[in-house]
Design a protein. Structure first.
Length: 116
């Protein structure tokens, strides 16, 4: 998820859509290029992690899972994303964009076992 938040952040700075990942490669998802005018800043990543840590502790865990990130992402990111005319015309809200970003995070099969 942090890479997807980074994609939103770097979309602000690189309108060509090229976002380097850990290996120096990567690209902003097409729906971000299509619907986002202004993305999340670097503090979004910090508060995403902080919120996920708090959620993990509230659930009795000392570690953060991807599910914690998915759970706090809408609250952390919704007000940090400014959509463009295309999104407005199609009725796409920042929460829809955050949900699609969260869906890009690979699911850990072990998380389901731990949650049960």
């Amino acid at each position: 998820m942090l890479l997807t938040v980074s994609a939103l952040f770097l979309h602000r700075q690189h309108q060509d859509g090229q976002v380097p990942d850990a290996q120096g490669q990567g690209e902003v998802p097409e729906f971000i290029k299509t619907y986002v005018t202004w993305g999340a800043g670097p503090r979004a990543s910090q508060y995403l992690v902080l919120g996920a840590k708090a959620r993990a502790v509230l659930h009795g865990r000392y570690y953060v899972s991807c599910e914690d990130i998915r759970a706090v992402a809408p609250a952390v990111l919704r007000h940090r994303i400014i959509t463009n005319f295309n999104a407005e015309a199609e009725g796409i809200k920042p929460d829809d964009i955050v949900r699609r970003l969260a869906d890009l995070i690979p699911r850990d099969p072990n998380e389901e076992k731990v949650a049960k």
